[in-house]
Unconditional design. Structure first.
Lengths: 287, 121
């Protein structure tokens, strides 16, 4: 059976690419520290020597739209083009062509459906920065096949937080039952507190540093019970109007497992939002 | 109340470089053209399979014509869509980094507190 060699949860900051490649007067003062943290984070994936990446993210109204909105969707395609005109325009993101891992997509869909998750699928999916940001930070060679999994954290009505956790647990079991000798890393990105298009956007820190402190603690310690006791669809409005993206972190906590302490924890307080990086090694730290 | 149609306008304009420029330079002409020609288009369907019932309420149309992001927020337009399109149109006028984005937040902060207007469609 396949082995899960790393579970990784991260924020996806679309400004990283531009900040990390800028030079001279254009380079922001926080860029060097940010790059150093990302390079340490990248090493946690590199040392796990993955063959395949399952990548959890959320389309930002690029391909998925309100006339036909899936709650959870799995890409099943031989290739995925990546990034969109408005992401090039706003963030300067490059375009990619990523290879798919169709047999793992098919396995995830079949087993997920049979486990009670009515997963939507897409045979032609252009992915966005929720999946390409971790490619840029963690695997800039963009050389591994992927299985994209999209969640709806964006267009209400949304699934409940517990459903994200349960799907994460199911993805863990399903990948571990994939009849393959491949080494799989499961990578998911979301947000801590975040405000977009609202009164608290683009402040000197994230909109709710206290929420961010608690969130990092929940994730780092694998405290799903504490997290689920406090986080509801209603409560997530309070830290910032885009904070429902935290449910992708909750999904990844489900993948990592209740009570599992992360093997790598880091964060970076930036303007507008806090960055946070977590890696778990289910079978021990690779030597 | 047609929050969905407000969002559809923001979404379809934002993803089209020509429409972004057209909306910036001719807001009323673009909104009126879009409502007449595009509001009923079912995305992914050919023109013969259009909807027949979509239209803006008067205050929604005027909010779009006025490019009034504060009013769009109040009407429940999806804040991500409004922000993204308005950055595309107005960030270029910044005299310093994030000037428009910060002013946008400050304008909203003067008029809105939690809970924000409902964005469910």
């Amino acid at each position: 059976m396949a082995e899960i060699v790393a579970v990784i949860a991260s924020t996806h900051h679309p400004f990283y690419y531009r900040a990390s490649t800028a030079t001279g007067a254009d380079r922001p003062p926080f860029a060097d520290e940010w790059v150093a943290k990302i390079e340490r984070f990248r090493e946690t994936l590199t040392r796990a020597r993955p063959d395949v990446l399952v990548m959890v993210g959320s389309d930002h109204f690029h391909q998925l739209w309100l006339d036909n909105m899936p709650q959870f969707l799995v890409g099943k395609a031989p290739f995925y083009d990546a990034n969109w005109y408005n992401e090039e325009r706003e963030f300067g993101l490059p375009r990619y062509l990523l290879q798919g891992q169709e047999d793992l997509s098919a396995h995830l869909l079949r087993q997920g459906l049979d486990a009670g998750f009515d997963l939507a699928f897409s045979n032609e999916l252009r992915i966005d920065h929720s999946i390409t940001c971790p490619i840029i930070t963690l695997r800039p060679e963009a050389d591994l096949p992927i299985v994209p999994v999209y969640t709806n954290i964006f267009a209400p009505p949304l699934p409940q937080p517990k459903r994200f956790v349960d799907l994460g647990r199911a993805i863990r079991e399903i990948v571990e039952s994939w009849p393959s000798e491949q080494r799989v890393a499961i990578i998911g990105t979301g947000h801590l507190s975040l405000e977009l298009g609202g009164p608290r956007q683009f402040g000197p820190h994230g909109p709710d540093p206290e929420f961010d402190r608690k969130a990092v603690e929940w994730i780092a310690s694998g405290d799903l019970e504490g997290c689920l006791a406090e986080v509801t669809l209603e409560s997530l409005h309070s830290p910032g109007n885009a904070t429902h993206g935290f449910m992708d972190f909750m999904l990844m906590m489900g993948v990592a497992g209740e009570g599992r302490k992360a093997d790598h924890v880091d964060s970076l307080d930036l303007f507008h939002t806090m960055e946070a990086y977590f890696t778990w090694y289910p079978n021990g730290v690779p030597q | 109340m047609s929050k969905y149609l407000l969002d559809k306008f923001l979404y379809t304009v934002d993803r089209d470089p020509d429409l972004v420029e057209r909306y910036r330079s001719d807001p009323r002409g673009t909104v009126e053209w879009w409502e007449a020609e595009r509001a009923n288009a079912v995305l992914n369907c050919h023109a013969g399979e259009a909807s027949t019932w979509q239209h803006f309420e008067a205050d929604e149309r005027e909010a779009l014509v006025a490019q009034d992001y504060e009013r769009l927020f109040e009407l429940g337009a999806h804040p991500f869509l409004t922000l993204t399109l308005f950055i595309a149109m107005f960030e270029r006028d910044n005299k310093e980094p994030l000037e428009f984005q910060k002013a946008y937040g400050a304008t909203l902060a003067a008029h809105f507190a939690m809970p924000y207007p409902d964005i469910a469609t």
